[in-house]
Design a protein around this ligand. Structure first.
Ligand code: NAD
Length: 488
């Protein structure tokens, strides 16, 4: 394992066509470590229209040139080589990212590494399985269907899982023969820049994978670019809507949107209580609640409500002691990403005091850095902001219910539909409720969990399209029909 720490100040260039290059745009910005607001680096470049055009031109040249000659097996070899390079290289890169994301490095050995490596290995196995179709010439035409790559794709990523998101988009894009430009969040760009040269080491030709940095203005340049054929976006609902509009107004590029959530966890009286508590508490505290799949609404059946709420609240209160320096491998939970996010979360919590009963937390944790106390509200008003909107912090609400029908209505009374969880020992009820819940993923006796083999994405306003599994491949390819006139 390479132990060398990476210097954040070394990542002040864009990664274009297989090398780090100075941005043509002269604007830069600084990044701070949310654990103490110290400056991490002072000059992250903001890519200009000229930089974006250059990236797209390199990407097009790679797509039509050397990359188009790669066989499926060669693409597999590149993806597997990249996965093996990460054995040594990933931990220092995740540690670098942690300095601006506040994501604890304790998550790196298991959660982040497994996730990222599995993603590459999984999609490496799909390159040669993009089979098409054949229809016989019973009407005088042989019909063939090919699944072709879209061309130049762009990933626009959120702050809260920078590298995992990068690979979830890049691996299926490259497995199917596309090329990709990644724009990480302006809050967490360093790991994406640091990982870029590994693609060249793994054998991907220059221009196949590129990284440009910048804020929403740079993202908008990608979304409205006439030569980009697809945007794969993960982020907030507000931005997702803007991207969809820019895509429609420019070249009708394909758009996949992975957006926010307000995920319900439903705990029936017959559930394994300890299991339900463990999943629901972890489901709101992991990454300090900055998780699209966070279990932010908990519904508990009346018969067990007192005991469940008491133990849930105790665990949330005790978890305050597990927050600390995200760069310390012994620390479980870190700060929110920046002062802006802390201000946003505390404002929502302050407002919620009038709409629900605060039973634990409710304030900033400590006096240094962007830490927020684990916070629980009971019985919020149905139309309150805390009940309706995504908080993206360690803040949950609990409501009590009596019947299955009642809780299904409560869980579905939202415009979000990303994930959910049902806790019960009754398999028939688990299947009934999982069918009735309006979300893209339902966990039974688990929540806030994803799996590489199966589609992940949102119903309703939580998203458009799916990532993970075979489904992601379909959204990075398009069918082409070839008609062969047998009479000619
Ligand atoms: P955000 O929408 O603020 O930013 C996401 C990205 O969009 C950033 O790279 C940003 O620079 C870019 N952007 C901003 N304005 C843009 C514009 N006008 N045009 C193009 N790009 C623009 O989101 P965030 O705060 O970084 O991330 C948090 C959100 O992401 C939460 O809502 C969370 O639920 C969601 N999220 C969803 C998933 C999922 O898989 N469904 C996963 C992680 C995060």
């Amino acid at each position: 394992m390479s132990a060398a720490a990476l210097d954040p100040k070394g990542f002040n260039k864009l990664y274009l066509n297989g090398e780090y290059v100075a941005a043509k745009g002269t604007e830069t910005y600084a990044l701070r470590n949310p654990k103490d607001n110290s400056t991490v680096t002072a000059d992250v470049p903001i890519a200009s229209a000229e930089d974006v055009d250059a990236a797209v031109a390199f990407a097009e040249a790679a797509f039509r040139g050397p990359w188009s000659k790669f066989t499926a097996v060669q693409r597999t070899e590149c993806l597997l080589k990249l996965a093996s390079l990460l054995d040594d290289e990933l931990t220092p890169i995740l540690t670098l990212d942690s300095q601006t994301s506040g994501i604890p490095v304790s998550l790196a050995p298991v959660r982040e590494r497994t996730y990222i490596k599995n993603c590459l290995v999984y999609y490496a196995g799909w390159t040669d399985k993009q089979k098409g179709d054949y229809f016989p010439a019973d009407d005088g035409f042989v019909k063939l269907v090919r699944h072709e790559p879209l061309g130049v794709c762009a990933a626009i990523n959120p702050f809260n899982g920078p590298l995992a998101t990068l690979f979830l988009k890049t691996a299926p894009a490259l497995a199917t023969g596309n090329v990709i430009i990644v724009k990480p969040s302006e809050k967490t760009p360093l790991g994406s820049l640091a990982i870029a040269p590994l693609f060249a080491k793994a054998g991907f030709p220059p221009g196949v994978f590129q990284v440009i940095t910048g804020a929403g203005s740079t993202g908008a340049l990608l979304a409205e670019h006439m030569k980009i054929r697809k945007i794969s976006f993960t982020g907030s609902l507000t931005t997702g809507r803007k991207i969809q509009e820019l895509a429609a107004r420019s070249n009708l590029k394909r758009v996949t949107l992975e957006l926010g959530g307000k995920s319900p966890a439903i705990v029936f009286a017959d559930a394994n209580l300890d299991n339900a508590l463990t999943w629901t508490v972890n489901g709101i505290l992991t990454r300090s609640g900055q998780l699209c799949v966070a279990a932010s609404r908990v519904y508990v059946q009346r018969e067990i409500a007192d005991v469940f709420i008491q133990q849930y609240v105790e665990r949330m209160k005790a978890a305050s002691n597990d927050f600390g320096d995200p760069q310390d491998p012994g620390v479980k939970f870190g700060p929110l990403v920046d002062e802006g996010q802390l201000a946003r979360v505390t404002a929502m919590v302050d407002k919620a005091r009038n709409d629900a009963e605060l039973v634990v937390g409710g304030a900033r944790l400590g006096t240094t850095g962007c830490y927020m106390e684990p916070t629980v509200f009971l019985n919020p008003k149905n139309d309150s902001e805390i009940y309706k909107n995504e908080v993206f912090g360690p803040v949950s609400i609990i409501k009590t219910f009596d019947t299955e029908d009642e809780v299904i209505d409560m869980a579905n009374d939202t415009e979000y539909g990303l994930t959910s969880g049902v806790f019960t020992r009754d398999i028939a009820r688990a299947l009934r409720v999982s069918a009735a819940i309006e979300s893209g993923v339902v966990g039974i006796n688990c929540v806030s969990v994803q799996n590489m083999q199966v589609p992940f994405g949102g119903k309703k306003q939580s998203g458009v399209g799916r990532e993970f599994g075979e489904y992601a491949l379909r959204l990075f390819t398009e069918p082409k029909t070839v008609l062969i006139n047998m009479a000619a």
